[in-house]
Design a protein around this ligand. Structure first.
Ligand SMILES: NC(=O)c1ccc[n+]([C@@H]2O[C@H](COP(=O)([O-])OP(=O)(O)OC[C@H]3O[C@@H](n4cnc5c(N)ncnc54)[C@H](OP(=O)(O)O)[C@@H]3O)[C@@H](O)[C@H]2O)c1
Length: 313
């Protein structure tokens, strides 16, 4: 297949690019700043302003995959990226009769409270209502998102948890397992016109479990420091008072809401009947575990996938 991939320079997008090339698909990757180093015989980089040129390429595009996401999560940027940039891709795909549009979304849109979640949902709805066959993938937390405190641990600082460290849980998914799942949607009639929440192999893991895995990986006891999620409320309250006057305060207030959300909401399927998150109902894929990922980081192992002589990033 010939695939147009957007967001190929991001965490998930890089893994999807790698999985596509490994499966012998040919990729046209559209990016703001095409990276110089990432080269492969089956890969063409295209800048956004040249998107229309993709239709004149010698071989037509079969599938569009979007791994786009706002880097900041601010309301304005989410509108421009999660909604408008994806809409631009969808318009392009519709004009060119593309056979399948695969969107990488997020499991948290099931309980939307944040600007970026609403922007994602607006585009999910636009995609469902378009003529083109679609697949929407809503993953749980990526491994990379659960590695943010490793530099602190390495400096001997405590591992920060909200509340008792068990306010939330997730079935983390490795970027590689997610990418394989996305690529396996290509040509799969069972995944066509479906919204697919997906996590990594269970069981569900809390921040307290993460601290135990890190302690095992780095072979040292790790101190915990509990932080109250209410700190986000206090900061948001202060910033929100100036939101009408200052874009900076508006963005910071939104970042506080994002912080509070991730401190208190699990990345698992929300069971509306029982009003709780359900690990059992959260589908699983792949075999990579967070504990192994931490072990690899602790032992200094390279986490960059390679494609023979080609180093993608
Ligand atoms: N991180 C998680 O744990 C997690 C969990 C579940 C779901 N998700 C979802 O998975 C998706 C991908 O996440 P990610 O962590 O891979 O994102 P990411 O690393 O932040 O990558 C975002 C991608 O979008 C591109 N992009 C951002 N702003 C753009 C703009 N104005 N114009 C054009 N391209 C732009 C970036 O290009 P540049 O390189 O040029 O910035 C990059 O390729 C998102 O929808 C996210 O919500 C993430």
């Amino acid at each position: 297949m010939r695939v147009l991939l957007a967001g190929a320079t991001g965490t998930a997008g890089k893994a999807v690019l790698h999985a596509l090339l490994q499966s012998n698909h040919s990729v046209v990757a559209v990016a703001r700043t095409p990276p110089q180093r990432a080269q492969h015989p089956n890969l063409t980089w295209l800048s956004w302003k040249d998107l229309d040129r993709a239709s004149h390429a010698s071989a037509p595009i079969d599938i569009v995959i979007s791994c786009l996401a706002s880097r900041s999560g601010s309301a304005q940027d989410s509108h421009e990226v999660d909604y408008l940039a994806n809409q631009r891709l969808l318009d392009w795909a519709s004009q060119h009769g593309i056979g399948h549009f695969i969107l990488l979304s997020a499991i948290c849109v099931q309980k939307p409270r944040l600007a970026f979640q609403h922007a994602k949902l607006r585009f999910e709805n636009a995609l469902r209502n378009a003529e083109i066959p679609w697949t929407i993938i809503r993953p749980t937390a990526f491994f990379k998102s659960l590695a943010g405190q490793i530099p602190r641990i390495q400096r001997g600082k405590p591992f920060l948890v909200f509340g008792d460290g068990e306010l939330t849980a997730c079935k983390p998914i490795s970027e590689r397992d997610l990418a394989d799942y996305i690529v396996a949607c290509i040509g799969n009639p069972l995944r066509m016109n479906q919204t697919l929440p997906i996590g990594g192999p269970g069981p569900a893991i809390t921040p307290l479990d993460q601290a135990i895995f890190l302690s095992d990986a780095f072979k040292k006891p790790i101190a915990l420091r509990s932080v109250s999620p209410k700190m986000f409320d206090a900061a948001e309250w202060g910033l929100d008072r100036f939101s009408k006057l200052s874009g900076w305060c508006r963005d910071k207030a939104e970042f506080c809401r994002i912080g509070k959300y991730y401190a208190t909401e699990s990345m698992l399927i929300w069971d509306a009947v029982h009003a709780r998150y359900s690990a059992e109902q959260t589908p699983e894929t792949g075999s990579d575990t967070l504990a192994d990922f931490y072990q690899k980081i602790a032992s200094g192992e390279s986490l960059q996938p390679s494609l023979g002589e080609h180093s993608l990033f």
